[in-house]
Ligand binder design. Structure first.
Ligand code: SF4
Ligand code: MG
Length: 331
């Protein structure tokens, strides 16, 4: 069952004095209940603003458009701000890299959780408190103490766990986790990601996990999408991406993965500067070792490599849109 479905979604930045700039190009992906879809790319590749467009929190200088941006049956592109707000927290929850931003510093965690609950559910304070306490317990925190604490009284890892508890206490269908472990120490980071996995299994929600580090998400994702320069350059099951990467950028990302078992002799760095989002060609063209003339003039289109595994690169130029046989494979 599809929870989030993007079809040719684009996000545009409207400059005051320049022409508008497309930040995300024709993004197409589909996330189902109970699965973790990891969106991976370096900063500026468009992952976070894609997430913000789903939550309805894009800055006013940006606009989202395209064929469809479906959350279950609802087209998010058609929602008013008020309707979008009703979905946030209740149906679409989120945690960010900066765990401090999940709570205001001036109120206890408990008060903030109770407020969120009472905004969306018509329940008495006592019931809301019970809900909050059980959510805190589920993420392994000493519930009563965390409930009564101000944010500064908790460590980063504890605060991120409280943020997860808050995000999931209303049983949303979709959780967006934007770099949830990046600001934490290694141990807390692993705890938070393991916890995310456990909660996902318990609630069967869909998770959109955003990360700049492919290596970090290999363990937790069911499927992976690789973004570069505002384009989803490859997506597929975790195993396909890990063992059979097709796009030159994904291959480079995997080569630059430090190995834990044997210390790296030399880290492979990816040469060149991140390309601008290319309206006229492949955004990776300036750094790609295989680039041909066409790469600088024509944007590549999505091509099906194998079941549910697709890449956008002129090396595989059999456009998906034109091949009905391949289209069937996408489901
Ligand atoms: Fe490289 Fe061209 Fe493929 Fe882009 S389209 S990844 S530049 S070969
Ligand atoms: Mg980001």
């Amino acid at each position: 069952q599809s929870v989030l479905k993007l079809q040719n979604v684009s996000i545009v930045f409207h400059h005051k004095h320049h022409l508008p700039q497309t930040l995300v190009h024709h993004l197409t992906l589909d996330i189902r209940a109970g699965e973790t879809f990891a969106l991976v790319g370096e900063s500026g590749s468009g992952k976070s603003i894609t997430a913000l467009s789903v939550i309805g929190l894009l800055p006013p200088s940006m606009s989202v458009g395209g064929e469809r941006l479906l959350f279950k049956e609802t087209d998010l592109l058609q929602l008013t701000e008020k309707e979008h707000r009703r979905l946030r927290h209740k149906e679409i929850a989120f945690v960010f890299q900066d765990y401090r931003s999940s709570f205001t510093p001036f109120l206890t965690i408990g008060k903030q959780m109770v407020e969120t609950i009472q905004t969306h559910l018509h329940v008495k304070r006592k019931i809301a408190k019970e809900l909050a306490l059980s959510a805190l317990k589920r993420v392994g925190l000493p519930a009563e103490r965390a409930f009564a604490s101000y944010p500064f009284q908790l460590s980063g890892g504890q605060l991120q766990r409280a943020a997860l508890a808050t995000a999931l206490m209303l049983r949303p269908s979709l959780l967006i986790a934007d770099e949830p472990s990046t600001a934490l120490d290694v141990l807390s980071a692993q705890h938070v990601l393991a916890l995310l996995q456990k909660l996902k299994q318990e609630t069967q929600c869909a998770v959109l996990l955003i990360s700049h580090n492919l290596n970090d998400v290999l363990k937790w994702a069911d499927r992976i999408g690789i973004m570069y320069g505002g384009m989803l350059v490859e997506q597929g099951d975790k195993d396909c991406i890990q063992h059979n990467p097709q796009h030159p950028y994904t291959q480079l990302l995997l080569q630059s993965k430090p190995s834990l078992s044997s210390p790296p002799k030399r880290l492979v760095t990816i040469p060149g500067e991140p390309g601008l989002v290319a309206d006229q060609g492949c955004p990776f063209a300036l750094r790609c070792p295989y680039a041909i003339d066409q790469c600088h003039t024509t944007p590549p289109v999505r091509t099906l490599i194998h079941d549910h595994h697709e890449a956008s690169c002129h090396l595989f130029d059999v456009p998906l849109e034109k091949s009905t046989k391949q289209e069937k494979g996408l489901g």
